[in-house]
Design a protein around this ligand. Structure first.
Ligand code: F6P
Length: 191
């Protein structure tokens, strides 16, 4: 029986504004979550805890007060939305209606101009999956689209389902693996 955890960064200023992508700071609520997350994790005194974050501010800030060895990886960065970075979904629909429609038709394969698709993320996550398969006591702090891919992979979901997996905010997801089966536990923290 082995287990590890993953979670989304706390609410960011761009989450509040409904903007896609970017490298925003945590919102005041996101900062509160980071504090309660650190309190929760530090109280467990997990031996040799390691924290992996993306290279973006919001995941680093989320993990900031957790006592652990931290490493930051490009592979854990959020889906690169290319020309749509910094837009709201309404602005995207307005400025790039054809792109918006294509994404709606095939969210798994749709690649933003100068950006990425969910399938592209699956590709860059491959080395991360291989590591996680034989790791313990790792806490992965990443982003919505990336975590959908991580959960989909470990739960054996069909690729088409990946872009729609629910990854709740302000919730720690504990993954316990036994042989080939994987069980999830959701720990919602007060913010
Ligand atoms: O809106 C937050 C966010 O993490 C964006 O940065 C990212 O493009 C998006 O979620 C991914 O979700 P979806 O694939 O549903 O647009």
């Amino acid at each position: 029986l082995t287990y590890w955890w993953c979670l989304q960064h706390g609410e960011s200023d761009n989450n509040v504004l409904g903007k896609i992508g970017g490298d925003a700071n945590l919102s005041p609520r996101g900062v509160q979550y980071a504090v309660s997350l650190a309190r929760h994790m530090n109280a467990q005194q997990i031996p040799d805890l390691r924290v992996w974050t993306s290279q973006l501010r919001r995941t680093k800030q989320t993990a900031q007060d957790i006592c652990a060895t931290k490493e930051h990886f490009d592979a854990l960065n959020e889906l690169d939305a290319g020309v749509c970075e910094g837009l709201t979904y309404e602005e995207m629909a307005d400025q790039f209606p054809q792109e918006f429609a294509w994404r709606d038709q095939d969210k798994l394969r749709y690649r933003y101009p100068w950006g990425e698709s969910y399938l592209d993320i699956m590709g860059r996550l491959e080395p991360v999956f291989l590591e996680l398969e034989h790791m313990e006591n790792v806490l992965v702090v990443s982003h919505q689209a990336v975590l959908r891919c991580v959960l989909g992979y470990f739960l054996g979901k069909k690729p088409e389902e990946l872009p729609y997996i629910n990854v709740p905010l302000h919730t720690i997801i504990k993954l316990t693996t036994e042989g080939y089966s994987c069980r999830l536990e959701f720990i919602k923290l007060p913010v």
